[in-house]
Write a protein that binds this ligand. Structure first.
Ligand code: TTP
Ligand code: MG
Length: 406
């Protein structure tokens, strides 16, 4: 489905907060970062100061040389934090699909919001107005069908800008721009691309993927997609959990490996199911054990490839468990398993592998049945063992702490 994404970024943020509080600073070259006799760099320069060539990251001494009449101020982080909070609160009034990226920058998914405001353009105007009226700050907004194009658009429209890239025009919009404008292209990437004769996003978009990958590895592919105006990343509200885990306390402390493994399988399936429901894959699997004396350990393993299958979660958990139990510890009181380092599923290279494909299909089929008939409608071989141990409840088995850890 076509999406409408906004990227909102405040203009000269730190400086503008100072100007909002002190009218004497308005309309003048102002620098936040410190006094020019100090070592340090410009954090934010007003647009009036930028006319003299000042920019963020420039040494203060250079800034002073270029623009001695500028007003240099130390700034106060707590003021910027407060302004940022108020900025995000305004945005949240417009859409719950809000992803703050930094203090003064956020993505907002506005898909389908036209009808509320008349048009997306009018919605953006209303956002800018509220920010101006309530915070005395200026925001620039880019609107496009994906994040990367929306971000480039807001940047290009600054200051006090509003730029909408119509669906279908993403690639032609980006093509003439210098490669440095593409998010993800830093100084180093720019230098390498320059050496290859690539100076515009358009040229980057028609480069051979093989050459790009040979220079930049996996990120070569992302750059290539971005250059073509393709970006599937979702707007992710920060409430989305960074990890998913399940744990349970045994009625009696145990050393029984079959029971430990069966429980691990069960908990791993719950984690896997939640992971797939969120459309995510995990890079890291963590085992948690609490022994009879309440000593608690966690052991993690990073996967070579992100996964969301029950089998991978279980296999990894089992390996960690085996390693831990060989050390002849005391009986186990609690066992838990979790996944973290969650990522959007990338292109599934391992899907070429038919066994991986079958596993994926099997997991999906199990999820569908469980969704319809409840989690315990399907028992995998190993978890059947638990039937006699945990009294089934409507949710399956009684879990001591079945909560999500965030
Ligand atoms: P930016 O949005 O990159 O810059 P800006 O808001 O000052 O200017 P623009 O109009 O181009 O958006 O960063 C937001 C704030 O983050 C900026 O006001 C100060 C702080 N910051 C630093 O402290 N150091 C830096 O190097 C940069 C780039 C920003
Ligand atoms: Mg900004």
């Amino acid at each position: 489905m076509a999406r409408t994404i906004m990227h909102i970024d405040l203009d000269a943020f730190f400086v503008s907060v100072e100007q909002a509080l002190n009218p004497e600073l308005r309309g003048k070259p102002v620098v936040v970062g410190g006094k020019p006799d100090r070592r340090g760099v410009v954090a934010s320069a007003s647009y009036e100061a930028r006319r003299f060539g000042l920019y963020a990251g420039m040494p203060l001494t250079t800034a002073y040389r270029l623009c001695p009449q500028a007003i240099f101020i130390e700034g106060s982080f707590s003021r910027y934090r407060d302004a940022s909070q108020r900025f995000m609160t305004i945005l949240a009034d417009f859409s719950p699909y809000l992803e703050p990226v930094s203090l003064d920058e956020a993505y907002l998914d506005a898909t389908g919001f036209e009808s509320i405001h008349g048009s997306i353009h009018q919605m953006a105007v209303a956002i800018k107005q509220r920010i101006r009226n309530e915070l005395w700050l200026c925001a620039s907004i880019g609107i496009a069908s994906c994040k990367v194009v929306a971000k480039v658009a807001s940047e290009l429209s600054k200051p006090d800008g509003l730029l909408e890239v119509a669906k279908g025009n993403e690639r032609s919009f980006l093509a003439p721009l210098p490669i440095a404008k593409l998010p993800g292209v830093g100084k180093k990437t720019e230098r390498i691309l320059d050496g290859l004769g690539i100076n515009t996003i358009g040229k980057l978009s028609i480069m051979s993927l093989g050459v790009l990958k040979s220079h930049f590895g996996a990120s070569g592919e992302i750059l290539h997609r971005f250059a073509k105006g393709i970006d599937d990343r979702k707007v992710e509200p920060p409430s989305a959990a960074k990890s998913i885990s399940r744990e349970t306390t045994f009625g009696e402390d145990t050393r029984d490996r079959s029971l430990l493994k069966a429980t691990l399988r069960y908990l791993g399936e719950r984690v896997g199911s939640e992971l797939r429901q969120r459309g995510k894959q995990a890079r890291c699997v963590t085992l948690k054990l609490r022994y009879a004396d309440f000593t608690t350990i966690t052991r993690s393993h990073t996967l070579s490839q992100a996964s969301h299958t029950d089998q991978t979660i279980f296999d990894t958990g089992t390996k960690l468990l085996k390693r831990e139990l060989t050390q002849g510890k005391q009986p186990v009181r609690l066992i838990g398993i979790g996944v973290s380092n969650l990522v959007e599923p990338g292109r599934q290279l391992d899907m070429l592998d038919t066994s991986a494909q079958r596993l994926e299909q099997l997991n999906r089929a199990i999820d569908r049945i469980r969704k319809k008939y409840g989690f315990t409608a399907i028992q995998t071989g190993r978890t059947l063992l638990l039937k006699d141990i945990f009294p089934p409840t409507d949710e399956g088995y009684t879990l001591h702490t079945p909560s999500l850890s965030r």
